[in-house]
Design a protein around this ligand. Sequence first.
Ligand code: UFG
Length: 338
Amino acid sequence: MKILLAGGAGFIGSHTVVELIQAGHEPVVVDNLYNSNRKVFERLKAITGKDVCFYEADVCDAQAMDDIFAREHFDAVIQFAGYKAVPESVRESVKYYRNNLDTTLTLLECMQRHGVTRIVFSSSATVYGPIEESPLVETMPSAGPTNPYAWSKYMNEVILRDAVVSNPGWSVALLRYFNPIGAHESGLIGENPLGIPNNLMPYVTQVAVGKLPHLNINGTDFPTPDGTGVRDYIHVVDLARGHVAACDYLFDHTGCEVINLGTGVGYSVMDVVNTFERVNELTLEKVIAPRRPGDMASYYSDPTKAKNLLGWQTEKTLDDMCRDSWRWQKNNPNGYED
Ligand code: UFG
């Protein structure tokens, strides 16, 4: 299949490019490089041996997207294009809603004009909202998202569900990611956040490489076995393979499915830190800090539906995630800027 990866030059998109090529598909990336770097394509060539087709364009630019759809004749679309920093979404909510909804709406209009019927959406576990009972199952109603980023994912899900109703014959997969970390085992591609990282693993790796002085352990009084927050960390290569499985599924099914992509296992902040130190043989500076406002104690998936529907499950361990995240950061202290 020829597959459009909208916003495909970023962390999850670039790993999905590799897995799609290895599965025999043809990815085409459209990205405005807002939060990514064109050097990723040299790295993708080194990994796959292929020149990946790349258009530098804004997915909100209807004319540019229309031209690309007319030229490429896609079999399916994966929609990764969106802003993703939770605190920034609170400060700049209008910017987040405008971009994160416009990208999807522009793609849907192009799909209608060009007869493309399959789309995978990059959603997030955050749409479940503050639910204290994990594992989270797709049939659970949302408790209501708690920030504009999360609402933008929720609203996209509503838009895509309705798009299937008005376009019978379309197929949509809403993939709810849990906590993607890790990197390709080559160490050539990985996460490259703008500014100071918000999320645990990029913060850990930047402390390890000396770019940040210490790691804050945000909260040690949660009702969890060791008092620190528990999450469902998933290796980005497993996550990328989940997208390949979703594309294959959409090929011969219609309708709309919500699917968790997680391991089903929760690890605490201290589990991650201890594993990172052990497998990489180093010690991190750590400071006990207050909880971040709104953080849940424990948040992990029930991944049964993905296994039953897509025949997909995770293969990589927390050791793999910690080793691969560090290999990427150590080899590329400044991301793609070296
Ligand atoms: N944490 C620290 N120190 C840090 C950063 C994080 O202790 O410097 C802790 C947090 O308190 C939490 C855990 O590490 O317990 C994970 O935090 P992340 O920010 O890495 O992940 P979250 O689960 O809070 O958020 C992630 C994504 C969101 C998404 C959400 C729900 O960043 O985009 O999962 O799926 F919305």
